[in-house]
Design a binder for this molecule. Structure first.
Ligand code: PAF
Length: 281
């Protein structure tokens, strides 16, 4: 595995690989790798000749009161895991390398962001879209892998790719869960012992919602109430949102129909957890 921190060196490497007809699979991350990332890497490994992993904690996607400074980082561990996952190139730029001078243009996401995390984190998806536009131009992948845990991110990135004709195929990958159902996340380390025990109830509330829809419930408000009541009863967390939308449009539904997303965000003392399920009825 080669570790590259310089943008030009990364681009030159990719250009010479592409010239030989090599296919490139790309997994963008903010590091502190967990099994969710490893699943993305495994799938990229299967479907491409070369796997590029990026580790970059992107300041642009954190709000002023969010956890940019506190976000967990451990590059030595990430390096080791990347080697085990047979990554070919680890792209690990500094903030100065990625943003040497203030940007002169800005990527603003104009749809799919007024809801869910976008509503609660103004500017977050602009930061995600900006860094991904840069990372796609730097790593020039054929395929890029994203976890469905961030289903809104998947919808936004799909929009970015098609709006700007970026020659990359987005591959959405199923959420990876702990045995008790908790979605894997770098932020799970912030949970206290008792919160960790409560956290799987997020997924259970989503399963209950799905079951209700499968049994005939078609009112989004009723489905939201099932999720909200279950979380209030079973956790000490504070609900940030419980939502039911059409997916990937992320628009309101009067009646449940087609592919939908049921999504929750719950604030615990030091961690805000999100989870969702998408399914078609
Ligand atoms: O999902 C993430 O970790 C980040 O939003 C991403 C896609 C790496 C962009 O910084």
């Amino acid at each position: 595995m080669q570790i590259i921190s310089n943008i030009e060196q990364m681009q030159q490497t990719i250009l010479s690989l592409r010239a030989k007809g090599t296919t490139i699979g790309f997994v963008p991350t903010m590091g502190y790798l967990h099994e969710g990332h490893l699943t993305l890497l495994q799938q990229a490994r299967k479907e491409n000749d070369i796997v590029v992993l990026s580790v970059f904690v992107n300041p642009l996607q954190f709000g002023p009161n969010e956890d940019f400074d506190r976000y967990p980082r451990n590059i030595e561990r990430d390096e080791e895991l990347a080697r085990t996952a047979s990554v070919d190139y680890l792209f690990y730029p500094s903030v100065e390398e990625m943003y040497p001078t203030p940007l002169t243009t800005k990527v603003t996401v104009t749809a799919r962001t007024e809801v869910l995390c976008g509503e609660k984190r103004p500017g977050h998806f602009d930061g995600v879209a900006t860094v991904l536009l840069k990372l796609f131009n730097i790593t020039m992948p054929h395929r890029a892998y994203f976890g469905m845990k961030d289903a809104q991110q998947v919808a936004v990135v799909q929009g970015l790719i098609s709006d700007y004709n970026i020659p990359v195929t987005l591959i959405p990958v199923e959420t990876v869960r702990e045995e008790d159902g908790l979605a894997k996340s770098s932020r799970n380390v912030y949970l206290s012992e008792s919160e960790r025990k409560e956290a799987p109830h997020l997924y259970q509330s989503l399963q209950l919602a799905k079951q209700a829809v499968e049994e005939g419930e078609r009112d989004p408000q009723a489905v939201k109430a099932i999720v909200t009541n279950y979380i209030i009863t079973h956790t000490s967390g504070e609900i940030d949102y419980t939502e039911v939308y059409a997916y990937p449009q992320l628009t309101e539904l009067e009646r449940i129909k087609g592919t939908i997303i049921v999504a929750v965000a719950v604030k615990f003392a030091k961690a805000r957890l999100i989870d969702n399920i998408t399914f078609t009825i």
